[in-house]
Write a protein that binds this ligand. Structure first.
Ligand code: CA
Length: 241
């Protein structure tokens, strides 16, 4: 295998035992691990070291993980994976609203965390280097042609405006996962977008209208109240292969 530059992960966690365990296990997987134990430390390290991904505990001294998330999201699109405590649904929702990319609930298995970390890093690589991504991606019934910027459904071309193309590509690549409005804006419009977040809602509505004529489209864009959107496969429609 060709050597690659190790990805850098910032672990923000005030409980020493958890932080140490994460550091040890992530290092074993080949990641460079940075650590912070307080909210203000997290901001300092994130700004000075520019990690590739941040694992962010919610309950932190100095500044809560949610506040850290809100501040960081205004400054960069570094993927943020929140570590939330069991039974704190509100933290998940607020975290996603504030622009966190995903969350795991404590107690979590390291393998579960690693799967999320890998997925987020892959996603962020794809959005950062679109030229390095495959030109054609296929999802059940959909084909995205990045070079031609077209999306076909069951061989029918959807006529999409540029932002609609970006938005639908993003949703397809993350099908089954909730994407917050902030995460969608960051990915589709960029971090310097200062317009109305309702822009996302409007584009989702346009996409839904474009789906409407095609009963065979095996996906639906569902609204996740208070958070954002999720593309779901419609179970009733199965490919007969
Ligand atoms: Ca904590």
């Amino acid at each position: 295998m060709a050597p690659t530059v190790a990805k850098r992960i910032l672990v923000v966690e005030d409980e020493d035992a958890i932080r140490e365990t994460l550091r040890y296990n992530l290092a074993r997987e080949g990641y460079d691990v940075l650590e912070a134990a307080t909210g203000p430390d997290a901001l300092n390290v994130a700004r000075s070291e520019r990690p590739d991904l941040i694992l962010l505990d919610v309950m932190l001294p100095g500044l809560s993980g949610l506040e850290v998330c809100r501040v960081l999201r205004q400054e960069s699109s570094t993927p943020i994976l929140m570590l939330t405590a069991k039974g704190t649904e509100v933290d998940k929702v607020v975290g996603l609203q504030l622009g966190a990319d995903d969350y795991v609930t404590k107690p979590f298995s390291f393998n579960e965390l690693l799967a999320r970390v890998t997925a987020l890093l892959r996603r962020s690589d794809m959005s950062a280097r679109p030229t390095g991504a495959p030109e054609i991606e296929e999802f059940d019934g959909f084909r995205i042609d990045r070079a031609a910027r077209t999306i076909h459904v069951e061989e029918v071309e959807l006529r999409l405006a540029p932002k609609e193309f970006d938005l639908l590509s993003l949703l397809l690549r993350n099908s089954g996962r909730v994407l917050s409005r902030q995460a969608i804006i960051a990915a589709v419009w960029g971090n310097r977008f200062y317009g109305d977040p309702k822009t996302v809602d409007v584009h989702v509505r346009w996409l839904r209208e474009k789906f409407e004529p095609f009963a065979q489209i095996p996906f639906r864009i569902n609204t996740v109240f208070g958070v954002g959107y999720r593309l779901d496969r419609i179970g009733a429609i199965e490919q007969s292969s």
